[in-house]
Write a protein that binds this ligand. Structure first.
Ligand code: UDP
Ligand code: MG
Length: 314
């Protein structure tokens, strides 16, 4: 019998624990002969009684497992802890607030059984999202898909199923600032997508503020791209070329071709161009340093060099 682990990160979700548990039990019941299900709650430093609700379930149902964090580490880390703990044939990650339709789980499993290693829930729309969050997320996907080494599918959520093979590879990531779904995307594997309409949150309020999402976006840019680091270098090249060409034009114009226009530049203007030229060189040097730092960064995060989907040699 294949085993499936359902991972639920939960922060201040005391009222949602029971409903999400009931909903999961209901969808998994018809499969009880085919799969063994376990539900793993990761309590991410809740300040309410989320852990109490989880423990209550755990005492009556041995399929309920939990990891209780010492404090809040964020959803990305909570999900990671769940994946790290998995020994199942597949994991399914789902939010505690029932925004992800639990009823789709059989479809996730069907796609997995048909040969996909990663099945990703893609959100059609989110009615409860404000304009700023919406525009922010649009901008985020636009930038990240320009500069990152992987394609990040817009509106792809954390509601996803991953095969054991993906779990094993995922466990090799060592970066501390991470965006779990982007790392899963980075891994590749055979992926399929399921579109869904997000529900309204059952109880409580979303804990991701705009600032927190912004920080997560910066973390993903840095984790998936070296572009920000190299920006100074590119700026330097641009400024040096511009200032160099202007300087040369003025110098040659003034002293060799006696051009009217070149002579109209005052001393301080010439000085400004000279300074600009030097700033350009400085920025280029920083860019050069950045290339070294980038290489050190790559080594330090120790990301796996490649990822194997299947192999028949050890
Ligand atoms: N969550 C978490 N740690 C946090 C914030 C959120 O584990 O620091 C969980 C939360 O309990 C929920 C999921 O992550 O199960 C999604 O969070 P939320 O609903 O606040 O975000 P959104 O719906 O805006 O994605
Ligand atoms: Mg939510």
């Amino acid at each position: 019998m294949k085993s499936i682990l359902i991972i639920i990160p939960a922060c201040n979700e005391e009222k949602n624990i029971r409903p999400v548990y009931d909903a999961l039990k209901e969808v998994s019941a018809p499969f009880s002969g085919t799969y063994s299900f376990q539900i793993l709650f990761v309590n991410d430093g809740s300040t309410d009684d989320t852990i109490g609700e989880i423990m209550k379930l755990a005492t009556v149902d041995t399929a309920v497992r939990y990891i209780d964090f010492s404090r809040n580490f964020g959803k990305e880390v909570a999900t990671t802890a769940g994946i790290n703990a998995s020994t199942a044939d597949a994991c399914i990650m789902i939010d505690a607030d029932l925004q992800h339709p639990v009823g789709l789980i059989p479809e996730f499993i069907r796609r997995w059984e048909s040969g996909f290693d990663v099945v990703i829930g893609v959100r059609n729309k989110n009615r409860s999202e404000g304009l700023i969050k919406k525009m922010g997320s649009k901008l985020f996907y636009h930038i990240i898909n320009r500069i990152a080494e992987v394609h990040v599918v817009p509106n792809a959520t954390d509601f996803r199923l991953i095969d054991k093979a993906v779990v094993n590879e995922f466990n090799r990531f060592t970066e501390k600032s991470r965006m779990t779904r982007a790392l899963i995307d980075w891994l590749g594997f055979r992926r399929d997508f399921i579109h869904f309409d997000a529900n309204e949150r059952l109880f409580g309020t979303a804990s991701y503020s705009f600032i927190r999402l912004f920080r997560l976006a910066i973390d993903s840019f840095i984790s998936l791209s070296l572009m920000p680091l190299k920006l100074a270098g590119f700026l330097g090249i641009f400024i040096t070329l511009f200032a160099g060409a202007s300087g040369l034009y003025i110098f040659l114009g003034k002293y060799f071709f006696r051009s009217e226009f070149a002579s109209t530049f005052s001393d301080s203007e010439n000085l400004a161009i000279l300074l600009l030229f030097l700033v350009g060189i400085l920025l280029m040097s920083i860019g050069l340093l950045a290339i070294y730092v980038a290489n050190i960064h790559k080594e330090v995060i120790g990301r796996p060099m490649y990822v194997v989907r299947r192999r028949n040699v050890e």
